[in-house]
Design a protein around this ligand. Structure first.
Ligand code: UD1
Ligand code: UDP
Length: 374
C-alpha cells in the first residue's frame, strides 16, 4: 500500500497462452496508473508459440519471475507452482494477487496467496461447466472460494457465485478478452497475412481448435471429433484449418491417428494471425473456452465440441451451439450455424474490464462503484 492507503503493488500470476492474452489489459492498466505490477510466470506453457510470441506481440514486459515448472502431472505441477509462488510472495508481499481463468497456474497462484494472507482477485470468476471431471472446473471452484475479489464477467456468472455463497466481493466487470480484442482486432485485419499464408479465402474455410484433455486424451473421442468436423467440411465442400495445440499433436502421434484430408493441421498461430483467421472463418469448431468467447465477439458462428460449457451466454445470444462429439450432431450443428447472421449482442462487456478491476482494487471497500452498468 502507498502511504495514503492506495494500491502500490499488484502481483499477477499466470502460466498459459490464454492467461497471457487475457492478463495483458491488466498489465497495461497497471502501467498507465503507475501501479507496480509484479509478474510471476509459472512456466506451465514454455514453447515459444504458446508463450514468448504473445509477450512479444502484445508488447508485454518480461516476467519478473519465471518458475519454469513445465509439464507434469496435475498434482506435481500444481504443488511445485504453489511452492514457487509462495517464495515470491514472501519476498515481495504485494497488496493483492490477481489470477485469471481456470488453469493449474491459477489454482496454485490463488492458494499460495490465500495461505500467505494476501488478498486474491479472481478475474473471470464464477464460470461453471458443472462437470467436476474437468480439471478446470475444480480449479475454478476452489479459486473462487479462496478469493477476496470475484471479478465476474457477466450477470450469469455473478448468479452462480451468489448461489454458492462464496465469501468474497463480487463485481461484474465484463471479460478482459473484450479489452484485448478491441485493442488488437483492427491491427490483425491490417497487419496479418494469415489468410494468404494459410492459402484460404475470407469466408471460405472453417477454423478448428481442439485441445481439451477430455477430447484429445481419449482416442475414440478424438477420432469422433475429427470425423464430425471433416464430414461437415466434405458435405459443404470447404477446407478446415486446425492450428494444433502441442497436447493434441502428441496425442495424434501416440494414438497413431491420422487427420482426415479435409482438415489441415498447422502450427499454433500467433495472436494477430489467429484473430484474422477467426474473423474470416465461415464457422469455428472448438473445445476452447477463449475461442467460444472470441468468435461471439468477432461475429463468427461457433460450434462447440463438448457436452457442457461454462460460457452459456454465447449460446443464449445465438452465437454458439453445443454439439458434443457425435459426428451426426456435429454435422447438424454445423448446418444450423453456417451462414447465421451475426446480429447477436456481445454478453462480455464493453472492453473496460481491466479498468474496472483496478478501480475496484483501488477503491477497496467500495467495489460496486466500478461495475458494468446494466
Ligand atoms: C492447459 C490448461 C487448460 C487450458 C490450456 C490452454 C490446466 C489443467 N489445463 O492445458 O485449461 O485450456 O492450458 O492452452 O491447467 N506442451 C508443450 N509446450 C508447452 C506446454 C505444453 O509442448 O509450452 C505439451 C506437453 O506435452 C504437455 C501438454 O502439452 O504435457 C499439456 O500441457 P499442460 O500445460 O499440462 O495442459 P494444456 O493441455 O496446455
Ligand atoms: N490462440 C492463438 N493461437 C492459436 C490458438 C489460440 O493465439 O493457434 C488464442 C486465442 O485467440 C485465444 C486463446 O489462444 O485467445 C485461447 O487459448 P486456448 O484455446 O489454448 O485455451 P482456453 O481458452 O481453452 O483455456
Amino acid at each position: 500500500m502507498t502511504a495514503d492507503g492506495g494500491l502500490s503493488q499488484v502481483a499477477i500470476v499466470l502460466g498459459t497462452r490464454p492467461e497471457i492474452i487475457k492478463c495483458a489489459p491488466l498489465i497495461k492498466a497497471c502501467d498507465r496508473r503507475g501501479v507496480d505490477c509484479l509478474l510471476v510466470h509459472t512456466g506451465q506453457h514454455y514453447s515459444d508459440d504458446l508463450d514468448q510470441v504473445f509477450f512479444d506481440q502484445l508488447e508485454l514486459p518480461a516476467p519478473d519471475y519465471n518458475l519454469e515448472i513445465g509439464s507434469r502431472s496435475h498434482g506435481e505441477q500444481t504443488g511445485r507452482m504453489l511452492e514457487g509462488v509462495e517464495d515470491v510472495l514472501d519476498e515481495h508481499a504485494p497488496d493483492v494477487v490477481l489470477v485469471q481463468g481456470d488453469t493449474n497456474s491459477v489454482l496454485a497462484g490463488a492458494l499460495a496467496a490465500a495461505k500467505s494472507n494476501i488478498p486474491v482477485g479472481h478475474v473471470e470468476a464464477g464460470l461453471r461447466s458443472f462437470d467436476r471431471d474437468m480439471p478446470e472446473e475444480v480449479n475454478r471452484v476452489v479459486t473462487d472460494h479462496v478469493s477476496e475479489y470475484l471479478f465476474a464477467p457477466t450477470e450469469e456468472t455473478r448468479g452462480y457465485l451468489e448461489r454458492e455463497s462464496v465469501g468474497g466481493r463480487i463485481v461484474v466487470t465484463g471479460n478482459t478478452i473484450v479489452d484485448s480484442l478491441y485493442e488488437y482486432r483492427e491491427l490483425a485485419a491490417e497487419k496479418s497475412d494469415a489468410l494468404a499464408e494459410l492459402g484460404v479465402e475470407e469466408g471460405e474455410f472453417y477454423l478448428l481448435t481442439a485441445h481439451r484433455a477430455e477430447n484429445v486424451d481419449d482416442p475414440d473421442n478424438f477420432a469422433r471429433l475429427l470425423e464430425g468436423v471433416s464430414r461437415f467440411a466434405r458435405e459443404t465442400d470447404r477446407e478446415v484449418v486446425y492450428p494444433i495445440h502441442p497436447r493434441a499433436r502428441s496425442r495424434l502421434d501416440e494414438f497413431d491417428l491420422s487427420v482426415p484430408e479435409e482438415i489441415r493441421a498447422v502450427e499454433p498461430l500467433d495472436f494477430l494471425d489467429f484473430l484474422r483467421a477467426e474473423s474470416a472463418a465461415a464457422l469455428a469448431f472448438t473445445d476452447s473456452g477463449g475461442v467460444q468467447e472470441e468468435t461471439c465477439i468477432l461475429g463468427t458462428p461457433c460450434v462447440t465440441l463438448r457436452y457442457s460449457t461454462e460460457r452459456p451466454e454465447t449460446a443464449y445470444v445465438g452465437a454458439n451451439c453445443l454439439a458434443g462429439l457425435d459426428p451426426d450432431d456435429v454435422v447438424e450443428a454445423g448446418s444450423t450455424m453456417l451462414g447465421k447472421a451475426a446480429d447477436w449482442d456481445v454478453p462480455f462487456g464493453d472492453g473496460r474490464a481491466a479498468e474496472r478491476i483496478l478501480d475496484t482494487l483501488a477503491a477497496g471497500t467500495e467495489p460496486d462503484a466500478a461495475e458494468v452498468p446494466t
